[in-house]
Design a protein around this ligand. Sequence first.
Ligand code: FE2
Ligand code: FE2
Length: 166
Amino acid sequence: MDALNRLAEEHADFVDKLTELEAVLDEMMGTRQASEEDVELLDEAVRFFEEELFPHFEREEKFLLPPLEAKVGLYGSLVNVVAYEHAEVRREVGKIKEGLVLLKAKRLGPHVPEIEELNRHGIFVVQFLWDHFRKEKASLFRTAREELSLEELARVEADLARSWPA
Ligand SMILES: [Fe+2]
Ligand SMILES: [Fe+2]
């Protein structure tokens, strides 16, 4: 599989994780309670963001965006939009982490405001990322294939391929 396709494949895995996160948020909003299992699933969502999603962002920022920017410019393509959206997701994940700390601190008491706050940031990230992945597939990866020369594309492919742990 070529590396751009591998990035797209990762999106598909990530969407499954986001669907799981959305289900936990829905469940907590429905019951107005955060069970032990809910908290574990939220911890798992944070682990996913930090250990799987952020390295994916870093790959795109390090190996895909710079050659594209050199070719089509920062504003002539989705390059700046993608970079901005990564920053936005990182910020919102920070809010989710803070929210989770507050929820854990109120583990036994009523914690509806904490659940609502986590839901607000969580649903934002879920929906924002769906749109982000759709844009990358429809435009960023396509622009790379169309605008980069064969040599440039081969270099991007090789750099990306090396960036995954063996
Ligand atoms: Fe991205
Ligand atoms: Fe991506």
